[in-house]
Write a protein that binds this ligand. Sequence first.
Ligand SMILES: [Zn+2]
Length: 286
Amino acid sequence: MERITPNVFTETKIRGCNPGIVFTSEGAVFIDSAQILTYLLDTIEFARSRGDIKYLINTEPHIDHIFGNHWFAGVCPVIAHEKINKDFFLVPGTMDGYDYSVDVLTRQDPKGLEHMPSREKYIVNRPQITFSENMTLKVGEHTFMLYHTPGHSDSQIAVYVPEERVVFVGDTVFSDCQLWLHSANIEELLKSLEFIHTLDVDYVIPGHGPVVTKSYLEEQIAFIQEWIKAVDQGIKKGWSKEECIKEISFADRFPVDIGQDEMMDYIQRTNVVKCFDYLEAQRIHP
Ligand SMILES: [Zn+2]
């Protein structure tokens, strides 16, 4: 894993979310769990070689952040925002969460597939501890401040660890890769980015892409505004939603995060739809 501070590790070069570990004097706290099973099992072993695993915190319900929860069942409690249950283990498209995960492993981690339990044995390990606004967790000498930062998803949280000057933001930030707005509330997303900017941190650990500093939050806000502006200009030209989808794309700006190139068209289309609906709603309720 990449060492970010003396006690904070993450991995940004694998398919799926960037999983994080914070080592405290009482044991490890995981932030999300890797989707590539071979890698997940390695990270669990890495943590165990240093002591107990105390908690797993999920920053959002999307499958690439919670698929690995099975391997924490009976190991430690899972913590997340209370709204996470609504979308937990759901995936876009026709597959369910289990088949989707098997498909990913078959294509991208055949060695990991050998460790995938049967459907009957796989535990959809929902959080045992939830909160509605914010929550503070003390583990050893470390403080974990969990903030509800809705936008990318409505149960999105940020995990701020002041002793390490680090915040884990999940998919509120996509650094140097395509931004997914498919499940976003744009107004809330922008507010949450502004809020995260107020935290006193050296590192922002995004859901996807390399670890960044706070200045990237401004770039992320600017990119979202660029998306909105492009769609707004389309609307002003009289384009319908379908025409906006056809004409507007930021595909040349960034690659899709590792191992998901086939999602480029889906991202462009759903981002246009989200921006279009956001602008329409503003016209009705400015
Ligand atoms: Zn996500």
